[in-house]
Design a protein around this ligand. Structure first.
Ligand code: GLA
Length: 725
């Protein structure tokens, strides 16, 4: 690691020197000009040791020509872009005092500070615009994983309030980044990849839904045209925030291109009183060769957090698609027995246990165990589940309220709305104002009380509608920002009161998946769609950001409740084990053969979860779009588990040659098919004597020459283990 300060640069006397810093970590270099507000001159592959003269020359050589900028100076644009510098894109700070003080031009209060630890290189600058009475602190951190993250804190130092409309940060990408890949999606089909040219102008992805949404950008990437999972330089960003947001790519005719993001503030949502400050969410930037390179940095960063779950991810039984609202104790007990038999370790009672909740039209907000349905409370079920050696989990949807509930009748003023009208109902529900201290206190007391009364190790925290006209009572001032912060507080408070409690973030499936919520929860529910064919894509997309141990992934019924497609157990389970495994299927009604096979899959997951939940994710770029190859390679590269999924009929008559990436090139592996005990999975049809391979080959051969696979049925999956020999 080399730190160059302005004093080191005094040797280069013939050109005006700049204060340049070279951050290096995890195979990434970031060169930052901190002569003024930080401007990134380079972000990409490690540049190696650079002398002060090299850095100075890099800065000079990279200056924009006046003809490109239209201005006489060619200084790079800042991470907090300032219109005052001639930046015509989305500005860093938007705000004003009654139409004045709207274009800040910050001047550093002193030299940037750089602190270095094994975890991160942290560059901090404090700057001020005395004329506008604003100060800003900008933090830029290059983490050990090579992940770059940045945030800004804006403080109003004036004597009048400052109306803040938004703070956005932007990271530059080189001209090579000519193609964008980001995500869109809808309920039950999250993480649809959309690829398009990175043309001039702004491509802005915005959520004003009060959550990132099913169509959230998740990872917004730009790279060399045609980049894949394993090839092509690619830069990607993610905003660690669970509320309104915008994420964008912006390319200027002067050759400058940036990836940027920030919270979206509703009109008048954030008024900074004198001395008040606003801190942006973290903007994460990841650089890599191929999307796998970019993804690996997110995973390494997440796994290094002290709060990252370390205990083996228990096999879940979620009762939702097995019983829905049919909460009969005998039925739920029988399901628990069946679950324990196949090896389930955590049993989650879903929606329907609380007062007035006989279907989805009533009861949300009335967080008392329904005395009619549960005359002895939840204890008979909880005790039974615990007696079988499983953890007990319980569903809540704390932020929501049905108008048909005792809560809504007693406290209509706790509902986020405008003074003169109610938002349209969605799933018969409205949103509680967590920014209302009494509403917040009520939820804390109710949840705390139930978690104290019963032996509950896990909460499934749902959030089933978007926020429309989210105004505080009584004047209707916008409340998404407060709502998001209060949500984080509530999650933390419950965890502090109940040490060891794990929380799943569900939002009608994957509507709230982001690095903000994941700092307060332990699992996300990837989607309400458990159809394995859809889940291959949903999980593949979600794992671009989150490692598999954080992605709830269930085996559903033979016929999917959301799509009506029917799949073999081998395809359903072979897909679901690449995640945090669960089962959401009425196990009391399954055949003995299914039970035996499912037991085998659960055992297989338990055998492999250590590797799946710690290893490096690889996704191959297979020429046939119907063939998806995913794998996880142990960090020491002694073993790996791969899945080869036929998403449709293959273009060629057999699967053809499959390459297995990510292994140690110089180690020889035995590559062989893996199937659970008791599996009824059909062998691929043997043609011309070709069965499944069982070969010993060096990693470089498996990655380059690959292995011929026989024909397989569409919508099926094969698993292969690679063991170092
Ligand atoms: C949402 C969740 C489901 C289930 C239902 C219960 O749709 O995503 O998993 O919990 O709510 O109402």
């Amino acid at each position: 690691m080399l730190v160059v300060t302005s004093s080191d640069l005094s040797a280069t006397s013939d050109v005006p020197t700049s204060d340049l810093r070279h951050l290096r970590a995890g195979g990434v270099s970031v060169v930052v000009d901190v002569t003024g507000m930080p401007a990134i001159l380079y972000w990409g592959a490690d540049l190696g040791d650079l002398t002060a003269d090299h850095l100075q020359a890099l800065e000079t050589a990279g200056r924009l020509h006046p003809r490109a900028t239209g201005f006489d100076t060619g200084r790079a644009f800042g991470v907090l872009p300032e219109a005052a510098t001639g930046w015509f894109g989305i500005p860093g700070v938007s705000g004003h005092r009654g139409g004045q003080d709207w274009s800040p031009s910050f001047v550093l209060g002193g030299p940037a500070t750089l602190s270095t630890s094994p975890d991160a290189e942290i560059l901090t600058v404090d700057a001020t615009d005395p004329d506008l009475a604003l100060t800003v602190r900008l933090e830029l951190e290059l983490l050990a994983s090579g992940l770059l993250r940045s945030r800004a804190t804006l403080t109003n130092t004036g004597s009048e309030h400052y109306q803040l409309d938004g703070v956005t940060l932007a990271l530059p990408v080189p001209s090579e980044a000519t193609e964008i890949a980001d995500f869109t999606g809808r309920w039950a089909k999250e993480r649809i990849v959309q690829r398009h040219e990175f043309t001039h102008g702004s491509h802005v992805r915005t959520s004003r839904r009060g959550r990132p949404g099913f169509d959230s950008q998740l990872v917004y990437a730009a790279g060399r045209s045609g980049f894949g999972f394993g090839h092509g330089e690619v830069w990607g960003i993610h905003l660690g925030w669970s509320g309104n947001q915008q994420v964008y790519g912006e390319r200027m005719p002067n050759g400058v291109a940036v990836l940027g993001a920030g919270e979206v503030l509703l009109p008048g949502e954030l008024i900074l009183e004198p001395a008040a400050a606003y801190t942006t969410p973290w903007l994460f930037g990841s650089y890599g060769i191929g999307l796998d390179g970019l993804t690996a940095r997110f995973h390494e960063f997440l796994r290094a957090r002290p709060i990252h779950p370390v205990k083996p991810r228990p096999v879940v039984c979620n009762v939702w698609e097995a019983v829905y609202f049919d909460h009969r104790l005998d039925r739920l007990v029988a399901l628990a027995d069946a679950a324990a038999t196949v090896g389930v370790e955590r049993y989650v009672l879903d929606d329907g246990w609380f007062r007035h909740r006989r279907d989805d039209t009533a009861g949300l907000g009335d967080w008392y165990v329904d005395e009619g349905v549960w005359p002895d409370g939840l204890r008979p079920l909880v005790d039974h589940v615990r007696g079988l050696g499983m953890e007990f989990g319980l569903w809540f949807e704390p932020e929501m309220v049905n108008p048909d509930s005792d809560l809504a009748r007693a406290h209509p003023d706790w509902i986020l709305s405008l003074p003169h009208r109610m938002p349209p109902e969605a799933r018969h529900q409205q949103v509680l104002d967590l920014g209302h201290p009494d509403a917040y206190a009520y939820l804390l007391e109710r949840m705390d009380s139930i978690l104290s009364e019963y032996d509950i190790g896990y909460v499934k925290w749902d959030h089933n509608r978007e926020l429309v006209d989210p105004g505080h009572h009584p004047d209707g001032t916008p409340g998404v920002h407060n709502q998001t912060l209060a949500l984080y507080r509530l999650l933390d408070e419950l965890k502090a009161r109940h040490p060891g409690l794990e929380i799943e973030s569900c939002s009608s499936g994957g509507g709230r998946v982001d690095l903000g919520i994941i700092d307060h929860t332990d699992r996300i529910w990837g989607s309400d769609c458990i159809d394995a064919l859809e889940r291959q894509g949903i999980n593949r997309g979600t794992s671009s950001l989150l490692p598999l141990e954080l992605i709830g992934s269930h085996v559903g019924s033979p016929t999917s409740h959301t799509t009506g497609r029917t799949h073999t157990l081998a395809f359903r389970a072979g897909t679901a084990i690449f995640g945090h495994l669960g089962i959401e299927w009425d196990m009391t009604a399954m055949s003995d053969a299914d039970r035996a096979e499912l037991t085998g899959w659960v055992a297989l997951y338990k055998q492999w979860r250590g590797l799946l939940h710690s290893g490096r994710l690889v996704r191959a770029d297979h020429p046939d779009p119907a063939v998806w190859v995913n794998g996880v390679v142990a960090q020491d590269r002694r073993s790996a588990l791969f899945s080869v999924a036929a998403m449709a009929s293959t273009v060629t008559a057999s699967v053809g040659v499959v390459r297995f990436p990510g292994l140690d090139p110089n180690v020889t592996y035995r590559l062989h098919a893996v199937a659970p005990e008791g599996s009824a999975a059909p062998e691929p049809r043997r043609r011309f004597g070709l069965g499944l391979p069982d070969v010993a080959l060096p990693g470089r051969v498996l990655a380059r020459a690959g292995v011929q696979l026989p024909p397989v049925r569409p919508e099926s999956v094969l698993l292969f283990a690679a063991d170092a020999v």
